[in-house]
Unconditional design. Structure first.
Length: 90
């Protein structure tokens, strides 16, 4: 199982979701749990991002929101870089 760490900005968004949007937070937790077991496959349609050196992936949480993360296989770690918004839509 992979360990998950968060970028400060991503952690703030997750904390906001926990308070203001429990349904979205619940979906995020399900995607996160699956990511820890299978970082490159599973729910949320994981896909490698172009230019991510084969370590940067994204998964959909909703049609609008996704999680972007780096996979570090050498230390079994995932770094969540960004959550919220799809391709920086506003």
């Amino acid at each position: 199982m992979y360990k998950v760490d968060f970028d400060k900005k991503a952690l703030k968004v997750v904390a906001k979701w926990k308070k203001s949007n429990p349904a979205l937070y619940k979906k995020f937790r399900a995607v996160l749990a699956d990511m820890m077991e299978h970082p490159r496959s599973g729910i949320g349609h994981p896909e490698a991002l172009i230019g991510g050196n084969d370590i940067t992936y994204s998964r959909h949480i909703t049609a609008h929101d996704r999680v972007i993360y780096n996979i570090h296989d050498d230390v079994l770690s995932i770094l969540v870089i960004q959550v919220e918004n799809h391709y920086d839509d506003k």
